[in-house]
Design a binder for this molecule. Structure first.
Ligand code: GAL
Length: 462
């Protein structure tokens, strides 16, 4: 059939999820506690409608049915994450055999349906015991993560060739150490930069461990939320603000992961403000040698910034926001059901940046999607008629198609997410899935977008 937007042969069509957001069974199967179980126990009021991580979408018990549906709607690839606290309760020591069985079953079931598993090792879910030792502020925790990663490569590496060390590693930095939306709710930029730095060291150590396993067709990378920072205007003050926002929120992970070193401007800026993290001998060589083979790109919305309009509080805390204010562009296109801007061309700008400044590293869209509150209002004939989501995906795919046409090395597109899931503090407030999930019965029902995606995947374009 003729298509206006054909994609390259072998393009990856699928979706992404994470352990804590879908598995449920939070205290079953020998799983240890992670920071989400703990935070919910002590402060459930922080979570939308007081819904916690105990049951979420119950993938732990329903993975067979779910994988069958993935196949049904045209997935050839699927990303999930391993829960560190499930596989290694407490974060160290013996493997939990029930967890190994579970993840082995998920992998085997995917392969039996011809869906390639993409496995992510860390999606915001630090084992509680390790957080109590200081989490990513501690180099001992970095060592524990390296051993956990090494065990995962050993146990699952015979069947999984695409591996990711972290999903959006900047988010636990922002949430847990700057802006109070993840446990441990610390607000301290210096500690935030230490967390960011140690996470990057953990990434490089996991890559180093991976290389020793000789995994067939093995590729390892990292998944970053590369939110472009657009300046309000071309005024040098606005431009400078957007460059600094970009340094903090994109280049802080992108440069070391892909180029093997931190941007000098970032180092200078932190130094000038007395915020440099502690480093160890050998770190720069470790980063230099262990760069990523593949990059996952999560993209939801742009970041628009302008020059700071008021002086930062001289007695206040150092924050990245000392250098810019957020900017609401008049006439921006909005997702009214979630309050986020929609700017489809962002996906193209990211890809061109990767091509021009990051050696055109093999990449893919590892998350893109549209959260919608009270989605049941669009229910007709038993299915949610999510035409807005179809349009959202289609318009982003057009820009991805354009980037590929201009030589960008994009290999696939994964929607966030396969089914509605538990979004951290927002719990089930915003729905993202191809499938809706009834929170009482856990029943899954395809939305209109699921049928559309099947068509796109089967035709490798539209
Ligand atoms: C991403 C994150 C996911 C998911 C999504 C939708 O930033 O990786 O875990 O929650 O946002 O809110």
């Amino acid at each position: 059939m003729s298509r206006t937007y054909p994609f390259p042969k072998g393009f990856w069509w699928g979706s992404a999820t994470s352990a804590t957001q879908i598995e449920g069974a939070a205290s079953e199967g020998g799983k240890g506690e992670n920071i989400w179980d703990h935070w919910y126990r002590i402060e459930s009021n922080r979570f939308f409608d007081n819904v916690g991580p105990e049951t979420t979408s119950d993938f732990y018990h329903r993975y067979q049915e779910d994988i069958k549906q993935m196949k049904e709607i045209g997935h050839n690839t699927f990303r999930f994450s391993i829960s560190w606290a499930r596989l290694m309760p407490g974060g160290r020591g013996e493997i939990n055999p029930e967890a190994a069985v579970f993840y082995n079953n998920v992998i085997d079931e995917l392969l039996a349906h011809d869906i390639e598993p993409f496995v992510n090792l860390f999606h915001f879910d630090m084992p509680l015991e390790l957080q109590e030792e200081g989490g990513w502020e501690s180099r001992d925790v970095v060592e524990a993560y390296t051993r956990y990663a090494d065990e995962c490569f050993r146990i699952f590496g015979d069947r999984v060739s695409k591996w990711f060390t972290f999903n959006e590693p900047i988010v636990p930095v922002e949430g847990g150490y700057l802006y109070d939306f993840h446990y441990p709710n610390i607000v301290d930029a210096k500690r935030a930069f230490q967390v960011a730095y140690n996470t990057m060291i953990a990434h490089a150590k996991a890559v180093e461990a991976f290389r020793k396993h000789n995994i067939m067709d093995g590729q390892i990378g990292i998944i970053l939320n590369l939110t472009p920072s657009y300046p309000r205007s071309q005024n040098p003050a606005d431009l400078r603000s957007s460059q600094i926002a970009d340094l903090f929120f994109n280049r802080s992970f992108l440069d070391p992961a892909v180029l093997g070193e931190y941007p000098q401007e970032l180092i200078d800026l932190l130094q000038e403000h007395g915020q440099l993290p502690e480093t160890e001998k050998g770190d720069s060589d470790l980063l230099k040698v262990n760069t990523a083979d593949i990059l996952g790109v999560n993209y939801y919305q742009p970041r628009r910034v302008k020059a700071k309009e008021s002086l930062p509080n001289p007695y206040g805390l150092f924050m990245p926001d000392w250098f810019f204010d957020m900017y609401e562009m008049p006439g921006r296109k909005m997702n009214p059901y979630r309050g986020w801007e929609i700017y489809e061309k962002g996906i193209y700008d990211i890809m061109i940046n990767l091509k021009e400044n990051y050696g055109n590293i093999p990449s893919f869209i590892s998350e893109n999607g549209m959260g919608v509150q009270n989605e049941e209002r669009f229910m007709e004939n038993g299915e949610i008629q999510d035409d807005y989501r179809i349009e959202f995906i289609r318009e982003h795919l057009k820009w991805l198609h354009q980037a590929i046409g201009e030589g960008c090395n994009a290999k696939g597109y994964h929607l966030w997410s396969f089914m509605d899931n538990w979004s951290w503090m927002n719990a089930y407030k915003n729905r993202y899935g191809f499938f809706s999930v009834n929170l009482e019965t856990k029943e899954r029902t395809p939305k209109k977008s699921a049928h559309w995606f099947k068509f796109v995947s089967e035709n490798n374009g539209f």
